[in-house]
Design a protein around this ligand. Structure first.
Ligand code: EPZ
Length: 449
């Protein structure tokens, strides 16, 4: 198991090119199950979750080929072709490692008329229910049962004897807003349903818009993606297409914080600024200078983030898009730990998403948590310490804190980080960081001597 050893106190300076978005790529890959023609995606990040999704698709009869493998640092292009749709079971062994595997359910139901997907468990950030997914698919006529930990879903048999979903009006609102992957599942399923589907209270995340772009390129008829009301007119078949995965707004925000927390200046290219208004708003509130240059595509802009003076305190409340993204909450908490004053962070999407608080406290942060809210009293300095990563974004938070801390920080269980950040240590080293990936056992052995 790998760990990071980070010597803090060095400013991050230089440039990074943002990779394709993990959270866009996963449902985009699942869309390849909806046609027998080739679907090619470019700018796919090389991440553990992507490798797991590839394995899942191959088990479901979808061949995935990498036309040319440049090198491990280059983004990946994948051509996926579903040649065998006889099986439709997404097994627990894969889904348990990547709960986003649930996003194959809609495509399987749409194309094969049935799907069996392991019920994803919870995770470090809290309960991860899928009730809205199931209610949405049931509204399209799917018969859904839970059997031995699996969701078993079947489309109804139509007059022609084929199993096909039926368009309907679907409400996807839950206690904390809508559901991103639930919207992806229902939107995908509706593409091949009979008649019109209207999704009310759809998730408005940019990754949903990216999926709709691919599905429409495959012949679907989706309107309104990115707004709370999405209309889908079902078609009989979808054809192949080629699509470039949108840039990862969470990775972009993470590197902006890296510049701010270390007093550096980082130019971020392929930056989806148009999808980051809430993030850049909070960064400016905190006193980070952002110089932006957008070309014809505001989703692939250039943004230089520079620390300008002290870190000012701020209020951050996570919301559904276009509000502040929950996936940057932990990273901002690291930054606000060094603010001159008291900040308040409220987590409205995953109220338990605070496992990074205890680890930041070990590094000297002063954080008081009460339920879904944390008050951060800024300190003058963080001090390096051995810490434990617990989930993907908490890992990024600890890396950022370590970059700013005085002394050495050992971060254990960085496999969490590898799920969502491509070769982060290489990219941070290029920005001036002292960071090494080591075998955690060697670290522990050294600590005992
Ligand atoms: C997606 O997860 C992202 N993952 C998450 O990113 C992200 O944090 C989340 O959206 C919110 O933006 C991927 O896209 C692969 P949700 P998803 O369904 O779709 C509740 C990361 O770090 N809910 O939008 O699974 C749920 O409990 C990951 O990259 C229900 O109540 O999240 C939560 O409070 C972590 N019933 C809220 O909705 C449901 O059926 C939002 O969850 C589904 C969700």
């Amino acid at each position: 198991m790998d760990a990071f050893v980070i010597e803090g106190g060095r400013p991050m300076n230089g440039r990074v090119v943002v990779n394709g978005s993990k959270n866009a790529a996963l449902p985009l890959m699942a869309a390849a199950l909806m046609t027998e023609e080739p679907v090619t995606l470019t700018d796919i990040p090389r991440l553990a979750d992507i490798a797991n999704m590839r394995r899942l698709l191959e088990e479901l009869g979808c061949e995935c080929a990498e036309p040319e493998h440049a090198d491990d640092d280059a983004p990946m292009a994948l051509t996926m072709r579903t040649t065998d749709d006889s099986g439709s079971h997404a097994r627990y062994e894969i889904v348990k490692t990547m709960r986003a595997g649930i996003c194959v359910l809609g495509p399987l139901l749409a194309r094969r008329g049935e799907g069996r997907v392991s019920l994803p468990g919870g995770c470090a950030i809290g309960q991860r229910p899928v009730d809205l997914h199931l209610r949405g698919l049931a509204a399209l006529g799917a018969e859904i049962t839970l059997t031995a930990g699996d969701i078993v879903a079947q489309a109804p048999v139509g007059p022609d004897g084929a199993r096909r979903l039926r368009g309907a009006t679907v409400f996807l609102g839950g206690p904390n807003g809508s559901t991103v992957l639930g919207t992806a599942n229902v939107m995908s399923a509706a593409c091949l349903a009979e008649g019109r589907t209207v999704i009310e209270c759809a998730a408005c995340e940019p990754e949903v818009v990216d999926l709709a772009k691919l599905l429409n390129a495959m012949g679907a008829r989706i309107e309104g993606a990115g707004t709370p009301r999405v209309t889908i007119d079902g078609v009989r078949t979808l054809h192949g297409a080629t699509h470039r995965v949108m840039p990862d707004r969470i990775e972009a925000g993470t590197y902006m914080v890296a510049a701010a927390i270390t007093g550096g200046s980082v130019t971020i290219e392929n930056c989806p600024l148009d999808a980051m208004m809430a993030v850049t708003d909070r960064l400016r509130e905190i006193g980070v200078r952002l110089d932006t240059r957008t070309g014809e595509d505001p989703m692939r802009a250039v943004c230089r983030a520079s620390a300008e003076g002290p870190i000012a305190p701020a209020h951050v409340t996570t919301q559904p898009h276009p509000g502040f993204p929950t996936d940057l909450q932990a990273q901002f908490m690291a930054l606000l730990s060094l603010a001159e004053g008291n900040s308040v962070v409220t987590e409205k999407i995953f109220p338990e998403r605070f496992l990074h608080v205890a680890e930041l406290t070990r590094m000297g942060a002063h954080i008081f948590r009460q339920g879904p809210t944390a008050v951060i009293s800024g300190v003058r300095r963080l001090v390096g310490a051995p810490v434990m990563a617990s989930d993907l974004r908490a890992s990024a938070c600890l890396v950022l804190a370590a970059l700013a801390a005085e002394g050495t920080t050992n971060i254990h269980r960085v496999y969490h980080l590898d799920r969502g950040y491509q070769r982060m240590e290489t990219r941070l080293r290029a920005l001036g960081a002292s960071i090494e990936r080591v075998d955690a056992n060697e670290l522990d052995a050294a600590a005992l001597t």
